[in-house]
Design a protein around this ligand. Structure first.
Ligand SMILES: NC(=O)c1ccc[n+]([C@@H]2O[C@H](COP(=O)([O-])OP(=O)(O)OC[C@H]3O[C@@H](n4cnc5c(N)ncnc54)[C@H](O)[C@@H]3O)[C@@H](O)[C@H]2O)c1
Ligand SMILES: O[C@H]1[C@H](O)[C@@H](O)[C@H](O)[C@@H](O)[C@H]1O
Length: 342
């Protein structure tokens, strides 16, 4: 049986996921779409032979829809996820799960109350080959205990209406999740340093930013966030251990020797840089929904990431080092297997 998926938000990544579900993933099809940009959503519905619905709520509650993908703007996520829980439907919600830890908490409470793991968060870097290799090197013990991580997250240009807060809650949230997954531990404190801002940023936007995190065992992490870097999409991660280091490979583009220069292209954005990760994320999600056992990042992971992002925001506003008070994980989220089997 094909899994019938409804997609809310048919913008950049929504359309890409619809293409992916239709052309790449086996055993699923997009049957319903909705977007407040009605014209674009209707065009996509026609192109992919699915039905346009006026609202996201109608998609979620439709009898024709088995599972939902949320790819609308960040502030809409919490409401749609809660609605999916009401309808008892599986949902893959793009990151962030919500724009505040408070809203994430409501989501985890609603999921616990319904008694069924329904939510997966779109932290697709956990499915990326490079990050997976780093995780297995760390777990092999070859480089000894990790001591420090140096990370870079650069976007060529930011999306429309990008704010200083979004550099963390919408962008660095990827590092917040994937580093916690790599190290298998939560954070203890956060600090944000604001260097000289680029003149190419919109007025009022602090860009770049340096985010400093400390884990509970004392591992130190620095993340450079630079959303106006101009030259391409550049994600880097190096783990420094007691005996050696391990780092993400640059994306495997062909090398060109031309006019005295040996070079390779840098991808312009996330859609090509992480294309395989998104593909694997969706294939595994569809299979796990069919087996009624999710393995990908949970609502708890989404919550913890938002707690950390909120602490970073406070740290920037106050110019101080902010302790991160991690909530106690309810037994409902104790499934250690989830995340390990990716
Ligand atoms: N995992 C990743 O790497 C990744 C990459 C890109 C985007 N995202 C996430 O995906 C989401 C969408 O990002 P995007 O880049 O596609 O943005 P986008 O602006 O291109 O698309 C978002 C779409 O949502 C629609 N929308 C907004 N409110 C809506 C509502 N109430 N109901 C229905 N549709 C609504 C907008 O009209 C727009 O078409 C964001 O939450 C973003 O954080 C994740
Ligand atoms: O929504 C996007 C997406 O999550 C990208 O992976 C990230 O690099 C961008 O900064 C963000 O705006």
């Amino acid at each position: 049986m094909e899994l019938r998926i409804g997609v809310i938000g048919t913008g950049a990544i929504g359309e890409d996921h619809i293409r992916r579900i239709t052309n790449v993933v086996a055993g699923a099809k997009v049957v319903a779409v909705s977007d407040i940009n009605v014209e674009n959503a209707k065009r996509i519905a026609e192109e992919y032979n699915s039905v346009f619905y006026e609202t996201g709520e109608q998609v979620i509650h439709s009898k024709e829809v088995d599972a939902v993908v949320i790819a609308s703007w960040d502030p809409t996520h919490a409401h749609f996820v809660l609605e999916c829980i009401k309808a008892s439907k599986y949902v893959l919600c793009e990151k962030p799960l919500a724009t505040s830890a408070e809203d994430c908490k409501k989501i985890t409470e609603a999921e616990i109350a319904c008694g069924k793991h329904l939510i997966q968060v779109g932290f697709m870097r956990r499915f990326d080959k490079g990050y997976k290799q780093i995780k297995s090197v760390i777990e092999s013990g070859k480089i000894g205990e990790p001591l420090m991580l140096h990370c870079i997250h650069r976007n060529r240009i930011p999306g429309p209406k990008h704010t200083t807060v979004m550099s963390i809650k919408n962008s660095v949230i990827h590092e917040i999740d994937v580093i916690r997954w790599l190290l298998g531990e939560d954070y203890k404190s956060a600090q944000v340093i604001i260097p000289k801002s680029t003149r190419l940023a919109e007025e009022g936007l602090k860009d770049p930013q340096i985010i400093l995190l400390e884990t509970q065992s004392g591992v130190r992490i620095d993340v450079e966030s630079f959303v106006n870097c101009q030259y391409g999409y550049d994600v880097q991660c190096e783990v420094v251990g007691e005996k050696g280091t391990v780092r993400l490979p640059d994306p495997a583009n062909v090398r060109m020797r031309l006019k005295g220069v040996n070079s390779y292209e840098i991808y312009p954005d996330w859609s090509d840089r992480f294309i395989e990760a998104y593909d694997i994320e969706f294939m595994q999600w569809v299979n796990s929904v069919k087996q009624e056992t999710l393995f990908g990042p949970s609502a708890w992971d989404g919550y913890v990431a938002c707690v950390t992002a909120d602490a970073c925001t406070r740290a920037r506003e106050e110019g101080s080092i902010v302790p991160i008070m991690m909530p106690k994980r309810p037994a409902f989220y104790d499934n250690e297997e989830r995340g390990k089997r990716l």
